[in-house]
Design a protein around this ligand. Structure first.
Ligand SMILES: *Cc1c(COP(=O)(O)O)cnc(C)c1O
Length: 244
């Protein structure tokens, strides 16, 4: 039995290696086609359901950013990540009462969409004497059951966050609606880019538009063409997720 397992593992790692190379090439091409350099694009791997040994293998290949979207899972895998060679971000919906559990473990929280959550991050960051980078999540498709501030409410939320001293807004993040056609999802990416540009042009206290985080396995090349400079990729790197 153990032999079979390790065979399975080695073919998994082999696939991850091929996928990593393919993704890196696609990112480089998309960057160059939109007048940027490959290193201008941050490749973050979405690691939900993926075992730490597989994540660490990808880090060994050169992956420098990983993101989890559930607090419980992050905590259970935390000691096993190779964080000497990668940073760890939080990319999922975050409940206010769980901020404390991850505040000292992540380098950025990508999914802040209410003043209340920002306030709690600020409070917990102050307690441990650090400034937490955050992205504000935008519900660009206006979907009823999705996290994210509405595009119309974005600027007000950003100005309200200006007073916090222990968070720093570093950009915007979105998960657009699922679309049948690439052209449809591109419409949402383009709207995000416009928001990003509009906000960049304003001088809001405590806000710098460094990251536009959008694009996942099926559409990261399109997202980069539409101006993304951070993509979050899961299944295209690690294979289809197996939920246990
Ligand atoms: C899982 C996840 C991704 C990656 O999804 P894939 O389609 O597997 O690439 C990106 N962003 C967030 C917030 C996620 O939870």
């Amino acid at each position: 039995m153990p032999e079979k397992l390790s065979e399975e593992m080695s073919s998994t790692l082999e696939a991850v290696r091929r996928n990593y190379e393919g993704i890196t090439e696609t990112i480089a091409r998309a960057a160059q086609q939109s007048g940027r350099q490959p290193e201008d694009i941050t490749f973050l791997a979405a690691t939900k359901t993926v075992a730490p040994e597989i994540i660490n293998y990808a880090i060994g290949l050169g992956l420098r950013h990983i993101g989890e979207n559930k607090v419980q899972e992050l905590l259970s895998k935390y000691d096993a990540y190779d964080l000497a060679h990668s940073d760890l971000q939080f990319i999922g919906h975050l409940q206010t009462n769980k901020v404390r559990q991850i505040i000292d473990k992540v380098s950025m929280i990508q999914s802040v969409d209410t003043l209340r959550l920002a306030q709690e991050i600020d409070r917990q960051a102050e307690k441990i004497g650090r400034i937490m980078d955050i992205l504000v999540e935008v519900n660009i498709g206006g979907e009823a059951n999705k996290s994210g501030v509405s595009p119309e409410g974005l600027e007000e939320l950003l100005s309200q966050m200006g007073g916090f001293r222990h968070i720093k807004v570093r950009g915007l993040m979105t998960v657009p609606p699922i679309c049948d056609k690439k052209a449809e999802v591109c419409k949402f990416f383009d709207r995000m880019r416009q928001l990003f540009i509009d906000i960049s042009a304003k001088t809001l206290d405590n806000v710098s538009m460094d990251f536009l985080s959008m694009g996942m396995s099926d559409d990261f090349a399109e997202a980069i063409s539409s101006g993304a400079n951070m993509v979050r990729i899961g299944s295209a790197l690690f294979g289809a997720r197996i939920y246990r």
